[in-house]
Design a protein around this ligand. Structure first.
Ligand code: AMP
Length: 421
């Protein structure tokens, strides 16, 4: 029996015993209710506001500062893990127990911004406070350090990101069951964001971090925004170019969760071919690639597209690719997988599948079952390699998911991989 994507294993990996603690910082006190997911990823009741960041409301400044000091003292900062556009990320641990590891994201103070905080940092803080789901990085705490630096304490995700796994073709081997597991986790995360009226707007393999137990977590909410007000104009200049949908490339200022779904589709494609599917070097080239590899957007396949402000396409019109063409390139995930992929890459955003509809797709119920998260391939320096080192994977080849015999599927996977050497 196939595992429903709506069912997730409870996350045993919660790093701290308690929920995120109150932040004493006044500038976060506008936080309202938080969306939380039950163990199967379905939204449940929010935490009582009294336990949340509003705890500081009405308190004296001294008390706020004292609480900030107390919060800061709970963590010890260690070596640098990485650097983002507006923050440095450090490994840390709980003072009371060095085994409880965390990532501390220290936001750089940037004088050009109000309060010294880049808008990306404010967005990340705002949305992570609100979203709690097993497939979304967990914000554990917030405190300020000297010079008014803001520190986000995040769950530590030690196994790198999905991009590292995709690219490491010499050491990391995976098959259709693994892709199904990763795609399930990603789709649940995106569904949860959309269900809570949040657009992520930068979905890509590099923003999918991996927890110690193999769970994939959507991270980097620096470009996220809420879309509760559909009449409001939004910027078209979001989403890393390779994952940016045609409506944004054509300058649409009103858009929906469909922008994230397009990116999810491109992550799906990339997982299969182990290379970016549409790696444009410029916006013009990105549009040309979409036209060539998916089909040229026209008023026939996308009524009204030619009215978009920045609509421009190469003069030689390519018809939208049909299923047999997709099967040739992505057939390793089976006919149902290809059907799902094609629906995520519908040119017209109104015809594109939604994250909820994705979760209801037949692909999840066909063999093979998604791999259990603990058994998913890991990066080599993570110390584990699920399959023998003699079974190297080549670009673009994964096992055929139409093999319905579980034992047979395992053998086929080995033979397939061996045969591609
Ligand atoms: P970011 O600014 O979120 O893009 O983070 C910069 C880098 O820090 C990432 O590419 C990761 O290598 C690392 N990093 C960020 N968050 C975490 C985390 N929660 N656990 C482990 N490493 C992280």
């Amino acid at each position: 029996m196939a595992v429903s994507p709506l069912i997730v294993h409870p996350t045993e990996g919660t790093l701290l015993p308690s929920r995120p603690l109150s932040s004493p910082l006044k500038r976060q006190q506008q936080a309202t209710h938080s969306a939380v997911a039950s163990s199967n990823g379905t939204p449940a009741l929010a935490r009582p506001p009294g336990q949340d960041l509003q705890a500081g409301l009405g308190m004296s400044l001294d008390l706020v500062e004292q609480m900030n000091e107390d919060e800061k003292r709970k963590y010890v900062k260690g070596r640098k893990l990485g650097e983002g556009t507006y923050a440095n990320v450090y490994l840390g641990h709980a003072r009371h127990d060095p085994a409880v590891r965390v990532a501390i994201k220290k936001i750089k103070v940037q004088k050009e911004f109000r309060d010294g905080l880049a808008p990306d940092a404010v967005r990340e803080l705002k949305h992570l406070q609100e979203l709690h789901h097993p497939n979304i990085i967990n914000l554990l705490s917030v405190f300020s350090s000297k010079d008014q630096n803001l520190n986000l304490v995040l769950e530590y995700l030690p196994l790198g990101d999905l991009e590292e796994l995709i690219r490491d073709v010499d050491h990391v081997r995976y098959g259709a069951a693994d892709i199904k597991a990763w795609m399930g986790m990603l789709t649940r995360a995106v569904w949860f964001c959309h269900d809570n009226c949040v657009l992520h707007r930068d979905i890509k393999p590099n923003n999918l971090l991996i927890a110690a137990d193999g769970e994939v977590k959507l991270a980097d909410f620096g470009l996220a925004r809420s879309f509760a007000d559909p009449g409001r104009k939004m910027t078209a200049n979001v989403i890393t170019r390779w994952y940016r949908p045609p409506e944004l490339l054509f300058g649409a200022r009103h858009y929906s969760g469909a922008v994230d779904v397009w990116s999810v589709g491109l992550v799906f494609a990339e997982l299969v071919i182990r290379a970016p599917f549409l790696p444009g070097n410029s916006e013009v080239e990105q549009i040309a690639l979409i036209c060539r590899q998916i089909g040229t957007p026209t008023d026939d396949n996308w009524p009204g597209v030619t009215q978009l402000k920045e609509y421009t396409v190469p003069s030689d019109v390519t018809p939208v690719w049909d299923k047999s063409a997709y099967m040739g390139r992505f057939g390793a995930v089976g006919a149902e997988g290809v059907d799902l992929l094609m629906r995520t890459l519908a040119l017209d955003p109104r015809k594109r599948i939604t994250a909820r509809e994705m979760l209801e797709h037949r692909w999840w119920r066909t063999e093979p079952r998604p791999t259990r998260k603990e058994e998913l391939p890991r990066k080599q320096d993570g110390g584990e390699d699920k399959m023998g080192s003699d079974l190297k994977r080549r670009n673009g080849v994964v096992e055929d998911e139409n093999n319905n015999n579980a034992r047979g599927a395992k053998v086929a996977r080995k033979l397939d991989f061996g045969a591609t050497k």
